[in-house]
Design a protein around this ligand. Structure first.
Ligand SMILES: O=P(O)(O)OC[C@H]1O[C@H](O)[C@H](O)[C@@H](O)[C@@H]1O
Length: 519
Protein backbone atom coordinates (compact mmCIF):
# COMPACT_ATOMS: atom_id res chain seq x y z
CA UNK A 1 0.00 0.00 0.00
CA UNK A 2 1.52 3.28 -1.11
CA UNK A 3 1.36 6.47 0.92
CA UNK A 4 -1.85 8.34 0.03
CA UNK A 5 -0.28 11.77 0.17
CA UNK A 6 2.18 10.74 -2.53
CA UNK A 7 -0.48 9.00 -4.61
CA UNK A 8 -2.99 11.82 -4.44
CA UNK A 9 -0.42 14.50 -5.08
CA UNK A 10 0.45 12.63 -8.26
CA UNK A 11 -3.22 13.05 -9.24
CA UNK A 12 -2.98 16.76 -8.43
CA UNK A 13 0.08 17.00 -10.67
CA UNK A 14 -1.71 15.15 -13.48
CA UNK A 15 -4.72 17.48 -13.17
CA UNK A 16 -2.55 20.60 -13.16
CA UNK A 17 -3.11 21.54 -16.80
CA UNK A 18 -5.98 23.25 -18.56
CA UNK A 19 -8.46 20.77 -19.90
CA UNK A 20 -11.24 22.09 -22.08
CA UNK A 21 -14.20 19.77 -21.58
CA UNK A 22 -15.92 20.73 -24.82
CA UNK A 23 -12.75 20.08 -26.86
CA UNK A 24 -12.49 16.55 -25.50
CA UNK A 25 -15.37 15.42 -27.69
CA UNK A 26 -13.22 16.11 -30.77
CA UNK A 27 -9.90 15.14 -29.24
CA UNK A 28 -11.22 11.78 -28.04
CA UNK A 29 -13.51 10.34 -30.73
CA UNK A 30 -14.50 7.42 -28.49
CA UNK A 31 -15.25 9.68 -25.53
CA UNK A 32 -18.89 8.69 -25.19
CA UNK A 33 -17.95 5.03 -25.33
CA UNK A 34 -15.36 5.47 -22.57
CA UNK A 35 -17.20 7.90 -20.34
CA UNK A 36 -20.77 6.60 -20.50
CA UNK A 37 -21.72 3.50 -18.54
CA UNK A 38 -24.95 1.66 -17.94
CA UNK A 39 -26.24 -0.87 -15.47
CA UNK A 40 -29.86 -1.89 -16.03
CA UNK A 41 -32.08 1.21 -15.95
CA UNK A 42 -29.28 3.52 -14.83
CA UNK A 43 -27.07 5.32 -17.34
CA UNK A 44 -24.20 7.51 -16.19
CA UNK A 45 -22.62 10.06 -18.51
CA UNK A 46 -19.26 11.26 -17.19
CA UNK A 47 -18.24 12.81 -20.51
CA UNK A 48 -18.85 16.38 -19.31
CA UNK A 49 -16.22 16.06 -16.58
CA UNK A 50 -12.92 17.92 -16.95
CA UNK A 51 -11.22 14.57 -17.13
CA UNK A 52 -9.55 13.12 -20.20
CA UNK A 53 -8.34 9.64 -21.05
CA UNK A 54 -4.87 10.31 -19.62
CA UNK A 55 -6.37 11.55 -16.35
CA UNK A 56 -8.62 8.52 -16.14
CA UNK A 57 -5.69 6.20 -16.68
CA UNK A 58 -3.78 7.92 -13.86
CA UNK A 59 -6.79 7.49 -11.58
CA UNK A 60 -7.13 3.79 -12.38
CA UNK A 61 -3.42 3.23 -11.77
CA UNK A 62 -3.73 5.03 -8.47
CA UNK A 63 -6.79 2.96 -7.44
CA UNK A 64 -4.87 -0.24 -8.10
CA UNK A 65 -2.06 1.00 -5.85
CA UNK A 66 -4.63 1.52 -3.07
CA UNK A 67 -5.39 -2.23 -3.22
CA UNK A 68 -8.95 -1.44 -4.21
CA UNK A 69 -9.70 -4.90 -5.58
CA UNK A 70 -8.43 -6.56 -2.41
CA UNK A 71 -10.57 -4.26 -0.26
CA UNK A 72 -13.60 -4.98 -2.44
CA UNK A 73 -13.10 -8.73 -1.89
CA UNK A 74 -12.73 -8.20 1.84
CA UNK A 75 -15.96 -6.20 1.91
CA UNK A 76 -18.04 -8.85 0.14
CA UNK A 77 -16.52 -11.76 2.04
CA UNK A 78 -17.53 -10.24 5.37
CA UNK A 79 -14.09 -9.34 6.68
CA UNK A 80 -14.17 -6.70 9.38
CA UNK A 81 -13.49 -3.69 7.17
CA UNK A 82 -14.97 -1.41 9.83
CA UNK A 83 -11.70 -1.64 11.71
CA UNK A 84 -12.27 0.89 14.49
CA UNK A 85 -15.47 -0.88 15.58
CA UNK A 86 -14.24 -4.35 14.64
CA UNK A 87 -17.28 -5.08 12.47
CA UNK A 88 -18.04 -6.51 9.06
CA UNK A 89 -19.98 -4.30 6.62
CA UNK A 90 -22.59 -6.34 4.81
CA UNK A 91 -25.57 -4.25 3.81
CA UNK A 92 -25.23 -6.03 0.44
CA UNK A 93 -26.19 -9.28 2.20
CA UNK A 94 -29.60 -7.69 2.81
CA UNK A 95 -29.93 -7.72 -0.99
CA UNK A 96 -28.72 -11.32 -1.19
CA UNK A 97 -25.09 -10.63 -2.09
CA UNK A 98 -22.10 -11.64 0.05
CA UNK A 99 -21.89 -12.61 3.69
CA UNK A 100 -21.64 -15.94 5.44
CA UNK A 101 -24.20 -18.76 5.44
CA UNK A 102 -25.30 -17.56 8.85
CA UNK A 103 -25.83 -14.01 7.52
CA UNK A 104 -27.85 -15.39 4.62
CA UNK A 105 -30.05 -17.48 6.89
CA UNK A 106 -30.80 -14.63 9.29
CA UNK A 107 -31.54 -12.25 6.42
CA UNK A 108 -33.88 -14.74 4.74
CA UNK A 109 -35.75 -15.33 8.00
CA UNK A 110 -36.10 -11.62 8.67
CA UNK A 111 -37.25 -10.84 5.13
CA UNK A 112 -39.94 -13.48 5.45
CA UNK A 113 -41.04 -12.20 8.83
CA UNK A 114 -41.23 -8.62 7.56
CA UNK A 115 -43.21 -9.62 4.48
CA UNK A 116 -45.64 -11.71 6.54
CA UNK A 117 -46.09 -8.91 9.03
CA UNK A 118 -46.62 -6.33 6.31
CA UNK A 119 -49.13 -8.56 4.53
CA UNK A 120 -51.03 -9.13 7.76
CA UNK A 121 -51.25 -5.44 8.62
CA UNK A 122 -52.29 -4.57 5.06
CA UNK A 123 -54.96 -7.28 4.94
CA UNK A 124 -56.31 -6.61 8.43
CA UNK A 125 -57.26 -3.01 7.72
CA UNK A 126 -57.24 -2.00 11.38
CA UNK A 127 -54.34 0.38 10.88
CA UNK A 128 -54.76 3.31 8.55
CA UNK A 129 -51.58 5.19 9.48
CA UNK A 130 -47.95 4.53 10.26
CA UNK A 131 -45.81 6.94 12.26
CA UNK A 132 -42.18 6.08 11.60
CA UNK A 133 -39.97 7.37 14.43
CA UNK A 134 -36.21 7.51 13.89
CA UNK A 135 -33.42 9.88 12.89
CA UNK A 136 -30.28 9.86 10.72
CA UNK A 137 -29.89 6.49 9.05
CA UNK A 138 -33.14 5.38 10.65
CA UNK A 139 -35.00 8.19 8.89
CA UNK A 140 -33.31 9.58 5.77
CA UNK A 141 -33.42 6.37 3.74
CA UNK A 142 -37.05 5.51 4.46
CA UNK A 143 -38.09 9.12 3.85
CA UNK A 144 -36.27 9.35 0.51
CA UNK A 145 -37.56 5.98 -0.61
CA UNK A 146 -41.16 6.69 0.41
CA UNK A 147 -41.15 9.83 -1.72
CA UNK A 148 -39.62 8.01 -4.66
CA UNK A 149 -41.97 5.02 -4.44
CA UNK A 150 -44.81 7.48 -4.98
CA UNK A 151 -43.81 7.70 -8.63
CA UNK A 152 -44.87 4.15 -9.40
CA UNK A 153 -46.52 2.60 -6.35
CA UNK A 154 -49.45 3.39 -4.16
CA UNK A 155 -49.31 4.09 -0.45
CA UNK A 156 -51.98 1.92 1.19
CA UNK A 157 -51.49 3.38 4.66
CA UNK A 158 -50.65 6.99 5.41
CA UNK A 159 -46.96 7.18 6.27
CA UNK A 160 -45.68 10.00 8.49
CA UNK A 161 -42.23 10.58 9.95
CA UNK A 162 -41.07 12.00 13.28
CA UNK A 163 -37.33 12.53 13.51
CA UNK A 164 -36.33 15.86 15.05
CA UNK A 165 -36.40 16.30 18.83
CA UNK A 166 -38.19 19.60 18.10
CA UNK A 167 -41.74 19.00 19.33
CA UNK A 168 -43.00 20.26 15.96
CA UNK A 169 -41.77 17.04 14.39
CA UNK A 170 -43.88 14.74 16.53
CA UNK A 171 -46.81 17.16 16.53
CA UNK A 172 -46.89 17.28 12.73
CA UNK A 173 -46.55 13.51 12.51
CA UNK A 174 -49.60 12.74 14.68
CA UNK A 175 -51.74 15.70 13.65
CA UNK A 176 -55.24 14.61 12.72
CA UNK A 177 -54.57 10.89 13.22
CA UNK A 178 -56.65 8.55 15.35
CA UNK A 179 -54.49 6.61 17.87
CA UNK A 180 -56.66 3.50 17.48
CA UNK A 181 -55.78 3.37 13.76
CA UNK A 182 -52.10 4.29 14.06
CA UNK A 183 -49.10 1.98 14.17
CA UNK A 184 -45.96 3.54 15.67
CA UNK A 185 -42.70 2.08 14.36
CA UNK A 186 -39.75 3.09 16.54
CA UNK A 187 -36.55 2.63 14.58
CA UNK A 188 -33.13 2.92 16.16
CA UNK A 189 -30.09 0.77 15.55
CA UNK A 190 -28.66 1.58 18.97
CA UNK A 191 -31.91 2.29 20.80
CA UNK A 192 -29.93 4.92 22.62
CA UNK A 193 -30.71 7.96 20.48
CA UNK A 194 -32.17 10.84 22.45
CA UNK A 195 -34.44 12.17 19.72
CA UNK A 196 -35.95 8.79 18.91
CA UNK A 197 -36.54 7.80 22.51
CA UNK A 198 -38.17 11.13 23.30
CA UNK A 199 -40.37 11.01 20.21
CA UNK A 200 -41.21 7.37 20.99
CA UNK A 201 -42.28 8.32 24.52
CA UNK A 202 -44.40 11.21 23.27
CA UNK A 203 -46.13 9.07 20.65
CA UNK A 204 -46.70 6.32 23.20
CA UNK A 205 -48.41 8.72 25.56
CA UNK A 206 -50.49 10.07 22.64
CA UNK A 207 -51.49 6.48 21.79
CA UNK A 208 -52.90 6.19 25.32
CA UNK A 209 -54.59 2.81 25.81
CA UNK A 210 -53.03 1.63 22.53
CA UNK A 211 -49.53 2.44 23.71
CA UNK A 212 -48.48 -1.19 23.90
CA UNK A 213 -50.50 -2.86 21.18
CA UNK A 214 -49.80 -0.21 18.53
CA UNK A 215 -46.05 0.17 18.93
CA UNK A 216 -43.36 -1.94 17.32
CA UNK A 217 -39.60 -1.47 17.17
CA UNK A 218 -36.77 -2.06 14.71
CA UNK A 219 -33.29 -2.29 16.19
CA UNK A 220 -29.94 -4.01 16.50
CA UNK A 221 -30.33 -3.67 20.28
CA UNK A 222 -33.27 -5.92 21.16
CA UNK A 223 -32.68 -5.57 24.90
CA UNK A 224 -32.79 -1.78 24.53
CA UNK A 225 -36.14 -1.90 22.71
CA UNK A 226 -37.64 -4.30 25.24
CA UNK A 227 -36.28 -2.13 28.07
CA UNK A 228 -38.01 0.82 26.40
CA UNK A 229 -41.26 -1.09 26.77
CA UNK A 230 -41.85 -2.66 23.36
CA UNK A 231 -43.15 -6.23 23.61
CA UNK A 232 -40.45 -8.73 22.59
CA UNK A 233 -42.64 -10.20 19.84
CA UNK A 234 -42.99 -6.72 18.35
CA UNK A 235 -39.25 -6.20 17.93
CA UNK A 236 -37.72 -6.60 14.45
CA UNK A 237 -33.98 -7.13 14.44
CA UNK A 238 -31.08 -6.10 12.30
CA UNK A 239 -27.42 -6.59 12.95
CA UNK A 240 -24.25 -4.72 13.83
CA UNK A 241 -22.91 -5.42 10.33
CA UNK A 242 -25.53 -3.05 8.91
CA UNK A 243 -24.40 0.56 9.29
CA UNK A 244 -27.17 3.02 10.12
CA UNK A 245 -26.75 5.00 6.90
CA UNK A 246 -26.79 1.74 4.92
CA UNK A 247 -29.80 0.30 6.75
CA UNK A 248 -32.87 1.15 4.65
CA UNK A 249 -32.60 -2.33 3.09
CA UNK A 250 -33.05 -4.01 6.47
CA UNK A 251 -36.06 -4.05 8.80
CA UNK A 252 -35.50 -0.27 8.94
CA UNK A 253 -37.56 -0.37 5.74
CA UNK A 254 -40.46 -2.12 7.48
CA UNK A 255 -42.69 0.97 7.38
CA UNK A 256 -42.12 1.08 3.61
CA UNK A 257 -43.07 -2.58 3.27
CA UNK A 258 -46.27 -2.04 5.20
CA UNK A 259 -47.21 1.13 3.34
CA UNK A 260 -46.30 -0.02 -0.18
CA UNK A 261 -46.31 -3.82 0.08
CA UNK A 262 -43.55 -6.43 0.21
CA UNK A 263 -43.36 -6.83 -3.59
CA UNK A 264 -42.46 -3.20 -4.11
CA UNK A 265 -39.77 -3.48 -1.45
CA UNK A 266 -38.41 -6.70 -2.97
CA UNK A 267 -38.08 -4.92 -6.31
CA UNK A 268 -36.11 -2.16 -4.58
CA UNK A 269 -33.74 -4.75 -3.06
CA UNK A 270 -33.32 -6.44 -6.44
CA UNK A 271 -32.25 -3.18 -8.03
CA UNK A 272 -29.54 -2.70 -5.43
CA UNK A 273 -28.53 -6.32 -5.84
CA UNK A 274 -27.88 -5.78 -9.55
CA UNK A 275 -25.58 -2.86 -8.69
CA UNK A 276 -23.85 -4.98 -6.03
CA UNK A 277 -23.10 -7.68 -8.58
CA UNK A 278 -21.87 -5.10 -11.07
CA UNK A 279 -19.59 -3.52 -8.47
CA UNK A 280 -18.31 -6.88 -7.25
CA UNK A 281 -17.68 -8.44 -10.66
CA UNK A 282 -16.77 -5.74 -13.16
CA UNK A 283 -13.12 -4.83 -13.70
CA UNK A 284 -12.21 -1.43 -12.29
CA UNK A 285 -12.14 0.33 -15.67
CA UNK A 286 -15.69 -0.81 -16.50
CA UNK A 287 -17.07 -0.40 -13.03
CA UNK A 288 -19.70 2.30 -12.55
CA UNK A 289 -19.26 2.97 -8.81
CA UNK A 290 -15.49 2.95 -9.27
CA UNK A 291 -15.75 5.44 -12.13
CA UNK A 292 -18.01 7.68 -10.10
CA UNK A 293 -15.67 7.55 -7.11
CA UNK A 294 -12.60 8.30 -9.23
CA UNK A 295 -14.30 11.24 -10.91
CA UNK A 296 -14.99 12.56 -7.42
CA UNK A 297 -11.35 12.04 -6.43
CA UNK A 298 -10.26 13.91 -9.56
CA UNK A 299 -12.48 16.85 -8.69
CA UNK A 300 -11.50 16.86 -5.01
CA UNK A 301 -7.83 15.96 -4.98
CA UNK A 302 -6.93 16.88 -8.54
CA UNK A 303 -8.93 20.02 -9.29
CA UNK A 304 -9.30 21.18 -5.68
CA UNK A 305 -13.10 21.35 -5.45
CA UNK A 306 -14.38 21.55 -1.88
CA UNK A 307 -17.99 20.77 -2.68
CA UNK A 308 -20.14 18.57 -4.87
CA UNK A 309 -23.69 19.45 -5.83
CA UNK A 310 -26.32 16.80 -6.49
CA UNK A 311 -29.39 18.07 -8.31
CA UNK A 312 -32.19 15.60 -8.98
CA UNK A 313 -34.51 16.82 -11.71
CA UNK A 314 -37.26 14.89 -10.04
CA UNK A 315 -39.56 16.15 -7.32
CA UNK A 316 -39.78 12.63 -5.97
CA UNK A 317 -36.02 12.50 -5.45
CA UNK A 318 -35.89 15.82 -3.65
CA UNK A 319 -34.53 14.22 -0.48
CA UNK A 320 -31.64 12.67 -2.37
CA UNK A 321 -29.04 15.29 -1.58
CA UNK A 322 -29.96 15.22 2.13
CA UNK A 323 -29.68 11.44 2.07
CA UNK A 324 -26.27 11.66 0.39
CA UNK A 325 -25.09 14.20 2.93
CA UNK A 326 -25.31 11.52 5.57
CA UNK A 327 -24.12 8.71 3.34
CA UNK A 328 -21.01 10.49 2.07
CA UNK A 329 -20.19 13.11 4.68
CA UNK A 330 -20.73 10.85 7.68
CA UNK A 331 -18.83 8.06 5.97
CA UNK A 332 -15.88 9.99 4.60
CA UNK A 333 -15.92 13.36 6.37
CA UNK A 334 -12.79 12.45 8.28
CA UNK A 335 -9.29 13.75 8.73
CA UNK A 336 -7.51 10.79 10.30
CA UNK A 337 -6.65 7.64 8.36
CA UNK A 338 -7.29 4.08 9.45
CA UNK A 339 -3.78 4.06 10.94
CA UNK A 340 -4.19 7.34 12.79
CA UNK A 341 -2.18 9.48 10.38
CA UNK A 342 -3.40 12.81 9.02
CA UNK A 343 -5.43 12.14 5.89
CA UNK A 344 -5.28 13.88 2.53
CA UNK A 345 -8.27 16.02 1.52
CA UNK A 346 -11.32 13.78 1.94
CA UNK A 347 -15.08 14.13 1.41
CA UNK A 348 -16.24 17.43 -0.10
CA UNK A 349 -19.38 19.17 1.12
CA UNK A 350 -22.36 17.48 -0.52
CA UNK A 351 -25.29 19.75 -1.17
CA UNK A 352 -28.18 20.38 -3.52
CA UNK A 353 -31.88 20.63 -4.07
CA UNK A 354 -34.37 19.62 -6.70
CA UNK A 355 -34.27 21.00 -10.22
CA UNK A 356 -35.74 23.15 -11.60
CA UNK A 357 -36.14 24.97 -8.25
CA UNK A 358 -32.40 25.33 -7.76
CA UNK A 359 -32.10 27.17 -11.08
CA UNK A 360 -33.94 30.07 -9.51
CA UNK A 361 -31.76 30.07 -6.43
CA UNK A 362 -28.16 28.87 -6.35
CA UNK A 363 -27.49 28.19 -10.04
CA UNK A 364 -26.23 31.75 -10.39
CA UNK A 365 -23.31 30.66 -8.20
CA UNK A 366 -22.83 27.41 -10.10
CA UNK A 367 -22.50 29.30 -13.39
CA UNK A 368 -20.57 32.39 -12.35
CA UNK A 369 -19.56 32.02 -8.70
CA UNK A 370 -15.99 31.75 -7.48
CA UNK A 371 -14.61 28.76 -5.65
CA UNK A 372 -11.27 27.18 -4.88
CA UNK A 373 -11.90 24.55 -7.58
CA UNK A 374 -9.77 24.96 -10.68
CA UNK A 375 -12.62 25.92 -13.00
CA UNK A 376 -14.85 27.63 -10.40
CA UNK A 377 -18.32 26.74 -9.11
CA UNK A 378 -18.78 23.11 -8.10
CA UNK A 379 -19.05 19.80 -9.91
CA UNK A 380 -22.68 18.75 -10.28
CA UNK A 381 -24.34 15.35 -10.45
CA UNK A 382 -27.57 15.79 -12.38
CA UNK A 383 -30.12 13.02 -11.89
CA UNK A 384 -33.04 12.74 -14.32
CA UNK A 385 -35.85 10.25 -14.85
CA UNK A 386 -36.72 9.58 -18.49
CA UNK A 387 -40.23 8.28 -18.00
CA UNK A 388 -43.07 10.65 -17.23
CA UNK A 389 -44.80 9.20 -14.17
CA UNK A 390 -47.19 12.10 -13.75
CA UNK A 391 -49.07 11.90 -17.02
CA UNK A 392 -47.96 15.45 -17.75
CA UNK A 393 -45.90 15.11 -20.92
CA UNK A 394 -45.43 18.85 -21.42
CA UNK A 395 -44.15 19.28 -17.87
CA UNK A 396 -41.87 16.32 -18.22
CA UNK A 397 -40.37 17.50 -21.48
CA UNK A 398 -39.69 20.92 -19.94
CA UNK A 399 -38.14 19.31 -16.86
CA UNK A 400 -35.74 17.20 -18.91
CA UNK A 401 -34.92 20.04 -21.30
CA UNK A 402 -33.92 22.18 -18.33
CA UNK A 403 -31.73 19.43 -16.92
CA UNK A 404 -29.91 18.79 -20.18
CA UNK A 405 -29.56 22.52 -20.86
CA UNK A 406 -27.92 23.17 -17.52
CA UNK A 407 -25.12 20.67 -18.00
CA UNK A 408 -24.54 22.03 -21.49
CA UNK A 409 -24.50 25.62 -20.23
CA UNK A 410 -22.09 24.77 -17.42
CA UNK A 411 -19.74 23.20 -19.94
CA UNK A 412 -20.01 25.66 -22.82
CA UNK A 413 -20.44 28.90 -20.93
CA UNK A 414 -20.71 32.09 -22.96
CA UNK A 415 -17.60 33.96 -24.00
CA UNK A 416 -17.03 37.65 -23.41
CA UNK A 417 -16.60 38.04 -27.14
CA UNK A 418 -20.10 36.82 -27.84
CA UNK A 419 -21.50 38.93 -25.04
CA UNK A 420 -19.79 42.03 -26.43
CA UNK A 421 -21.13 41.25 -29.86
CA UNK A 422 -24.64 40.95 -28.53
CA UNK A 423 -24.41 44.14 -26.49
CA UNK A 424 -23.08 46.28 -29.34
CA UNK A 425 -21.61 49.71 -28.67
CA UNK A 426 -22.64 51.26 -25.39
CA UNK A 427 -20.85 53.37 -22.81
CA UNK A 428 -20.90 50.71 -20.07
CA UNK A 429 -19.76 47.85 -22.35
CA UNK A 430 -16.46 47.24 -20.55
CA UNK A 431 -18.18 47.09 -17.19
CA UNK A 432 -21.13 45.01 -18.29
CA UNK A 433 -19.64 42.41 -20.63
CA UNK A 434 -17.55 40.57 -17.99
CA UNK A 435 -20.57 40.44 -15.69
CA UNK A 436 -22.61 38.76 -18.40
CA UNK A 437 -19.89 36.29 -19.36
CA UNK A 438 -20.14 32.63 -18.37
CA UNK A 439 -16.70 31.08 -17.93
CA UNK A 440 -18.00 27.58 -18.70
CA UNK A 441 -15.84 24.46 -18.48
CA UNK A 442 -17.60 23.55 -15.25
CA UNK A 443 -17.78 19.78 -14.77
CA UNK A 444 -20.89 17.66 -14.37
CA UNK A 445 -22.13 14.09 -14.55
CA UNK A 446 -25.62 13.27 -15.79
CA UNK A 447 -27.30 10.17 -14.40
CA UNK A 448 -30.51 9.04 -16.02
CA UNK A 449 -32.96 6.43 -14.83
CA UNK A 450 -35.20 4.91 -17.49
CA UNK A 451 -38.01 5.17 -14.97
CA UNK A 452 -38.34 5.89 -11.27
CA UNK A 453 -39.23 2.31 -10.39
CA UNK A 454 -38.26 0.80 -7.02
CA UNK A 455 -35.73 -1.25 -8.96
CA UNK A 456 -34.09 1.78 -10.56
CA UNK A 457 -34.06 3.55 -7.19
CA UNK A 458 -32.25 0.53 -5.71
CA UNK A 459 -29.63 0.85 -8.47
CA UNK A 460 -29.18 4.55 -7.77
CA UNK A 461 -28.73 4.34 -4.00
CA UNK A 462 -26.43 1.31 -4.19
CA UNK A 463 -24.32 3.14 -6.78
CA UNK A 464 -23.63 5.95 -4.32
CA UNK A 465 -23.06 3.48 -1.46
CA UNK A 466 -20.31 1.74 -3.41
CA UNK A 467 -18.90 5.04 -4.64
CA UNK A 468 -18.58 6.04 -0.98
CA UNK A 469 -16.78 2.79 -0.16
CA UNK A 470 -14.30 3.23 -3.02
CA UNK A 471 -13.51 6.80 -2.02
CA UNK A 472 -12.97 5.71 1.59
CA UNK A 473 -10.44 3.15 0.39
CA UNK A 474 -8.60 5.71 -1.73
CA UNK A 475 -8.56 8.25 1.12
CA UNK A 476 -7.68 5.43 3.55
CA UNK A 477 -10.37 6.42 6.05
CA UNK A 478 -12.80 4.05 7.75
CA UNK A 479 -16.10 4.89 6.05
CA UNK A 480 -18.15 2.95 8.57
CA UNK A 481 -17.70 4.69 11.91
CA UNK A 482 -18.80 8.21 12.95
CA UNK A 483 -16.83 9.31 15.99
CA UNK A 484 -17.39 12.91 14.98
CA UNK A 485 -21.03 12.91 16.06
CA UNK A 486 -20.29 11.91 19.67
CA UNK A 487 -18.93 15.07 21.27
CA UNK A 488 -22.00 17.23 20.64
CA UNK A 489 -24.29 14.47 21.92
CA UNK A 490 -22.36 14.18 25.19
CA UNK A 491 -22.32 17.94 25.74
CA UNK A 492 -26.06 18.19 24.96
CA UNK A 493 -26.78 15.64 27.68
CA UNK A 494 -24.67 17.58 30.18
CA UNK A 495 -26.30 20.88 29.26
CA UNK A 496 -29.81 19.42 29.42
CA UNK A 497 -29.13 17.92 32.86
CA UNK A 498 -27.75 21.24 34.09
CA UNK A 499 -30.65 23.24 32.67
CA UNK A 500 -33.15 20.89 34.29
CA UNK A 501 -31.32 21.19 37.63
CA UNK A 502 -31.15 24.99 37.26
CA UNK A 503 -27.34 24.95 37.28
CA UNK A 504 -24.93 26.77 35.00
CA UNK A 505 -22.12 24.21 35.02
CA UNK A 506 -18.61 24.85 33.86
CA UNK A 507 -18.78 26.34 30.36
CA UNK A 508 -17.23 29.09 28.33
CA UNK A 509 -18.80 32.55 28.67
CA UNK A 510 -20.76 32.31 25.43
CA UNK A 511 -22.36 28.96 26.27
CA UNK A 512 -23.12 30.07 29.82
CA UNK A 513 -24.86 33.21 28.51
CA UNK A 514 -26.93 31.11 26.08
CA UNK A 515 -28.01 28.76 28.86
CA UNK A 516 -29.02 31.72 30.99
CA UNK A 517 -31.34 32.96 28.25
CA UNK A 518 -33.83 30.22 29.03
CA UNK A 519 -33.70 30.38 32.80
O1 LIG B 1 -30.44 4.37 14.53
P1 LIG B 1 -29.87 5.09 15.69
O2 LIG B 1 -29.00 4.21 16.54
O3 LIG B 1 -30.96 5.73 16.50
O4 LIG B 1 -28.94 6.21 15.17
C1 LIG B 1 -29.41 7.29 14.42
C2 LIG B 1 -28.27 8.10 13.86
O5 LIG B 1 -27.62 8.75 14.91
C3 LIG B 1 -26.22 8.76 15.06
O6 LIG B 1 -25.86 9.91 15.74
C4 LIG B 1 -25.41 8.65 13.82
O7 LIG B 1 -24.84 9.89 13.49
C5 LIG B 1 -26.16 8.13 12.64
O8 LIG B 1 -25.28 7.39 11.85
C6 LIG B 1 -27.33 7.29 13.02
O9 LIG B 1 -27.98 6.83 11.87
Amino acid sequence: MTDRHTLLSSIATEADRDISIASLFDAEPDRLENFVMREGPLRADFSKQALDAAGLKALLDMAAKCDLEEWRSKLFSGEKVNTSEDRAVLHMALRGVGGTDENKAEVAAMRQRMADYADTIRADGKFKNIVHIGIGGSDLGPRLVADAFEASAEQSLTLRFAENVDGASVNDAIKGLNPAETLAVVVSKSFGTQETKMNGESVRSWLGEYGNSNMIAVTANRAGAVGFGVAAENVFDFWDWVGGRYSVWSAVGLSLQIAYGPDVFADFLDGARAMDLHFRDQPLQENLPVMMALVGIWNRNGLGYGSQAVIPYSRRLRKFSAFLQQLEMESNGKSATRDGATSTLTCPVIWGDEGTNGQHAFFQWLHQGTSEGRYGGAPVDFVAVLKDHENRPAHHAALLANCFAQSEALMLGKSEEIVRDELGTRPDLDALAPQMTFPGNRPSTTLTLDELSPNALGHLIALYEHKTFVQGIVWNVNSFDQWGVQLGKVLATTILDEMEAGKSGDHDASTTALMQLIK
